[in-house]
Design a protein around this ligand. Structure first.
Ligand code: C2O
Ligand code: CU
Length: 537
């Protein structure tokens, strides 16, 4: 600064001998210099701020999710919003003498055992109409094989990793024992290239589920590491002649069903009952509907609805991680078409995503997207349910979903928050076995659509926007909270472990929107962070 002022003085000493244009020029120079200096100061301050934000938002090298605290941890304990026992992230892997996570496992044997091998491997996929992409797959296809098992069976899955980076498998919606949950850094280390890992769980509930990697899940699921699981009921309640599993996934920015860009053809004869099981494996929200015949929403997230009533071309919203089981009786007249639209689109895509039965689909018959959407709060018939709004809740927690521009894990950009915080500083809920826990979700900001997914448990939906559900009970593992919506849900704490609760827009999860629901006194040897290379999202 001093030097500069001296220069200026010298200049002004020389000035009188120069003409007016020169003085003007000099003034301009001075101005430019000031602006540059200002810009430099701004950049320094902004750069410092960004640098600090990046630095301070970085994950610690080791984040241990165990809840078996030793006194050392208690000292720097910092009660989180939710009354956590230990501060998330500051627990050390060696701490505590609680229940080791690997004791939370399935029985060794059962009357029926279903065994599968899923090999994570690269593949070059073609989607039709000249579209292709390199992908990461299970067994060379994406979706990977659909695993059909019977309710009550012991399911054993050997994961073999032939990719060049670590992977896991999470069993989305299935209430697996904690050690089989597939969350890198919480229930296992990511399975390294060349290694194998075995998952074991009982298929307790019938229904439509899916699986996907939970190591860098945003990237790995997006690149194809997912598939579906169908658990057939022991006691058939309805009979389906045709039963098809369909995974919705974006490839090359075009939505595909089972990896096909054109219509998927399903054959069915008039009079036959058809069940379509749909999962949205994407982060994008979609609308879909069936045309050609009225249809029933038989199940949500794999759980049957009571007394489903026929809908005619009603738009259904399906967000990340959610599943719909749709049923209809194949009509005599022409095919039944599944139409899809990305959220925000004004109309359905002209090419149906699925065509069931024979005949041509007439696209002039595209129904309107603007009619009232399917509402899970007022569908089907009432039935008694173990959990109702009148139940006694042992604890109620409020979780507000938000959005801001900031930093997450060292990156500047959009940040998705839970009670204003991002993982691993997000709130942690401690539940005790046997408790009935109520969660209140609200999305007050225009912060997008947040399909919140709870691992290891199925919850009952109690209210939508403050009003009790009126008709069929609804049991889910993923509840989508749209802007300015709120929901109350409740679940029995009946599956001890360390469980994630996160947004299944995996981009949001990758940018902060994760928290933990944990049982006390459980220890895990695994850690999230650079030291282990485990990054569940
Ligand atoms: Cu389907 Cu934690 O995810
Ligand atoms: Cu979200």
């Amino acid at each position: 600064m001093k030097k500069q002022r001296e220069t200026e003085q010298q200049e002004s000493v020389i000035a009188p001998q120069e003409g007016k244009p020169v003085a003007k020029k000099r003034a301009r120079k001075k101005m430019v210099r000031r602006i540059l200096l200002g810009a430099l100061c701004f950049l320094l301050v902004a750069g410092g701020g960004i640098g600090w934000g990046m630095w301070s938002s970085r994950y610690p090298d080791r984040i241990n999710m165990g809840t078996a605290c030793n006194m050392g941890d208690m000292k720097d304990m910092n009660m989180s919003d939710m009354g956590s026992m230990c501060q998330t992230g500051n627990r050390s892997a060696s701490s505590g003498s609680g229940t080791p996570i690997d004791t939370l496992q399935a029985p060794q044997t059962a009357a029926h055992i279903d065994t599968f091998t899923l090999t994570a491997q690269p593949a070059h996929l073609s989607f039709g109409s000249g579209n292709a992409s390199d992908a990461w797959t299970f067994n060379g296809t994406s979706p990977g094989p659909t695993l059909h098992v019977r309710q009550g069976d012991l399911v054993i899955v050997h994961l073999v990793n032939h990719l060049s980076f670590g992977v896991t498998i999470h069993w989305h919606g299935i209430t697996v024992p904690n050690i089989a949950d597939g969350v890198a850094g919480v229930t296992q280390d990511a399975v390294k290239p060349g290694q194998t890992y075995t998952y074991r769980f009982l298929a307790k509930d019938a229904g439509t589920y899916w699986y996907h990697s939970h190591q860098e899940s945003f990237e790995q699921t997006g690149h194809g590491l997912y598939g579906m699981v169908i658990v057939d009921p022991v006691m058939l309640t309805v009979h389906d002649d045709v039963d098809t599993a369909l995974a919705l996934h974006i490839w090359n920015s075009i939505p595909t069903l089972n990896g096909a860009m054109g219509a998927v053809h399903v054959s069915a004869q008039p009079g036959q009952w058809v069940r379509l099981r749909l999962v949205n494996t994407d982060n994008y929200p979609y609308h879909l509907t069936l045309v050609g015949t009225p249809f029933l929403v038989a199940a949500l997230d794999g759980h049957d609805l009571n007394g489903p009533t026929p809908l005619t071309a009603v738009p259904l919203s399906i967000d990340g991680g959610q599943r719909y089981d749709l049923r209809f009786r194949m009509p005599e007249s022409g095919p039944v078409a599944l139409l899809i639209a990305k959220d925000g689109d004004q109309e359905y895509a002209k090419t149906p995503a699925v065509l069931v039965g024979q005949g041509q689909f007439v696209s002039s018959a595209l129904p309107s997207l603007s009619q009232n959407e399917f509402n899970l709060a007022t569908y089907g018939q009432p039935r008694t349910d173990p959990i109702t709004l009148q139940s006694h809740f042992d604890a109620t927690y409020s979780i507000s979903l938000g959005f801001t521009i900031g930093f997450s894990n060292g990156r500047p950009g959009p940040v998705f928050t839970l009670n204003g915080k991002t993982f691993p500083d997000s709130p942690e809920i401690v539940v005790k076995p046997g408790q009935l826990i109520r969660l209140h979700f609200e999305n007050n900001a225009d912060s997008g659509i947040h399909p919140m997914h709870l691992h290891g448990h199925t919850f009952t939906v109690l209210t939508k926007n403050g009003r009790a559900l009126t008709d069929s009970p609804v049991h889910l593992d993923t509840i989508s909270i749209r802007p300015h919506e709120s929901y109350d849900v409740a679940f029995y704490a009946d599956n001890p472990g360390l469980w994630m609760l996160h947004c299944h827009n995996l981009y949001h999860a990758n940018h902060g929107m994760d928290m933990m629901i944990v049982y006390p006194n459980i220890s895990t040897p695994y850690t999230i962070g650079n030291a282990s290379g485990n990054f569940p999202d």
